[in-house]
Design a protein around this ligand. Sequence first.
Ligand SMILES: C[S@@+](CC[C@H](N)C(=O)[O-])C[C@H]1O[C@@H](n2cnc3c(N)ncnc32)[C@H](O)[C@@H]1O
Length: 183
Amino acid sequence: MYRPSEDTYFMEDILTNYRGKIALEVGIGSGYLTRLLSTNFEFVVGTDIDVNSIMYAKNNTLANISNKLLVCSDLSLPLKCKFDLIISNPPYLPKEFGNLDDTAVYGGKKGIELTIRLLRSIQLQLSERGKIVIMRSTLSDLKKMDDFIEKLFLNNKIIAKKTFFFESLEILELSGVRNGSMI
Ligand SMILES: C[S@@+](CC[C@H](N)C(=O)[O-])C[C@H]1O[C@@H](n2cnc3c(N)ncnc32)[C@H](O)[C@@H]1O
């Protein structure tokens, strides 16, 4: 299970500004960010592909939180509802940086494949005025990701950037799914 780290706390600082009715976190890890969302939203749904993360969050971080639903799934594919906010601190490192089997940190060959699959799948789960807040690393193929985002969303901006020892992390806010953009 992915324990709260620098990237988790960076996301936390940004997420305190968001409020609404229903929020989704894809890839909850320990459930640290899901707990924050549960204080600012009426209801929160969290998913993770790793059942140990779901069990840990259920029995520890989110044990006393009643306005939540946890689902062990690939991305949020089983969900059919719409969300005011969708967040993810997904695995974003390119696979050439290490162990290919660690699904908590490696996001595919260029570090963006999982994120692209995620953005493609959640476009139908975003409410009309909903927002997506997502983390990425400058070690991944940002050009390719930006080309994809441009085609899918009307609005996209980098709302925060932080430089660490060997990479910079960026937090993006996306909104407004383009009409007929089912790419
Ligand atoms: C970088 S960790 C972030 C965890 C937590 N959100 C945080 O910020 O501390 C990425 C998480 O995504 C999960 N994950 C990886 N691939 C996934 C997939 N296809 N569907 C759902 N969750 C996935 C991992 O198990 C891991 O818990």
